[in-house]
Design a protein around this ligand. Structure first.
Ligand SMILES: Nc1ncnc2c1ncn2[C@@H]1O[C@H](COP(=O)(O)OP(=O)(O)OP(=O)(O)O)[C@@H](O)[C@H]1O
Length: 304
């Protein structure tokens, strides 16, 4: 599998302010990559560097094995981009705007635009200036997806969308992946990224602080268990389990959190008569918030 995005020590400073620091990252063909971080972390900076909208102060980037600044025109043909601050001519009607953008991309079947607009519940006849923020965002989504680009780069794509439309967006991403397209999407919301991404990178204060497959994140995350046995049980049966915390034993019921593979737990359970077992979804949000905390002793003012 080839790399669609390859970054080596990619860095950007704005004067003395840090934008992005030594980012090493690859995204493979057909992969959905979620790029997570709080406001000001450096997500848009990374995306603008990928698209050659700004130039790096250090390191290198390759898209489809080519340098974004030397091959910008060719590369942009293969990319669908939704900017975090997507703006178009407010006087145009949605349909005119999309027809214009479609022509720039060498033409898109009218039916494709109508299908996407229908699914997102976007009125093609409305004037852009009359649209709400969410409806403008839908215009941005249609123009990013409509020409079925090899690579979709989406900066906070669900911003302003209501939950139903967010689901439609996630379906579009799944369809893109099924068609072999690659998706790089930024977000500050773990749950939406988790729903579609194969891998996630977490960026904080300009640095990549975690990079992992979503499936592995789930394995590492904390699961909560509530287990009832046929009769009273002894605390010692559980206390020695690696990764266990918050253990409460009440007669035949055990409640605890487990930050490890459930293998050892299953061995313990096999020695008892289990009446019922309830495991709650791992809380990935908690895991991510832990990465968002400022490093100990570091007083960095990202908005200075
Ligand atoms: N043009 C600029 N001039 C100066 N500083 C900038 C500029 N663009 C970004 N920055 C700074 O670089 C850092 C990273 O910003 P960036 O916009 O990449 O973050 P982000 O993760 O996309 O956040 P947001 O979701 O708020 O856009 C921030 O501290 C920001 O203030």
């Amino acid at each position: 599998m080839g790399y669609v995005i390859r970054l080596e020590k990619l860095s950007k400073t704005y004067g003395s302010r840090r934008g992005l620091v030594d980012l090493d990252l690859t995204v493979g063909e057909g992969e959905v990559f979620g790029y997570l971080g709080p406001n000001g972390a450096g997500k848009s900076t990374t995306i603008r560097l990928l698209l050659d909208l700004i130039r790096p102060t250090g390191g290198k980037a390759w898209l489809f094995d080519r340098n974004p600044s030397e091959h910008a025109v060719d590369l942009h043909r293969r990319i669908g981009y939704l900017a975090g601050d997507f703006v178009v001519n407010p006087r145009q009607r949605v349909s005119e705007c999309l027809t214009f953008l479609a022509a720039l991309r060498g033409g898109v079947p009218r039916q494709r635009i109508e299908d996407l607009a229908g699914r997102l519940d976007l009125d093609l006849s409305a004037r852009i200036k009359t649209l709400s923020k969410g409806n403008r965002q839908k215009v941005g989504l249609v123009q990013a997806f409509m020409h079925r680009p090899d690579l979709l780069i989406l900066d906070e794509p669900t911003s302003g969308l209501d939950p139903l439309v967010q689901q439609t967006f996630l379906d579009l991403v799944r369809e893109a992946r099924a068609a072999g397209q690659t998706v790089f999407m930024s977000s500050h919301i773990m749950t939406e990224v988790e729903a579609v991404a194969d891998r996630v990178g977490i960026i904080r204060e300009g640095r990549l602080v975690a990079l992992e497959a979503v499936a592995r994140l789930r394995d590492h995350a904390i699961h909560r268990f509530d287990i009832t046995f046929a009769g009273p049980i002894d605390q010692s049966a559980f206390a020695a389990l690696p990764g266990i915390s918050d253990l409460t034993i009440d007669g035949p019921t055990a409640q605890f959190a487990l930050a490890a593979s459930p293998n050892d737990l299953i061995r313990v359970l096999a020695r008892h008569e289990v009446a019922s077992i309830r495991a709650t979804e791992p809380d990935l949000e908690e895991l991510f918030l832990a990465h968002y905390q400022p490093a100990d002793g570091v007083q960095e003012n990202s908005n200075a």
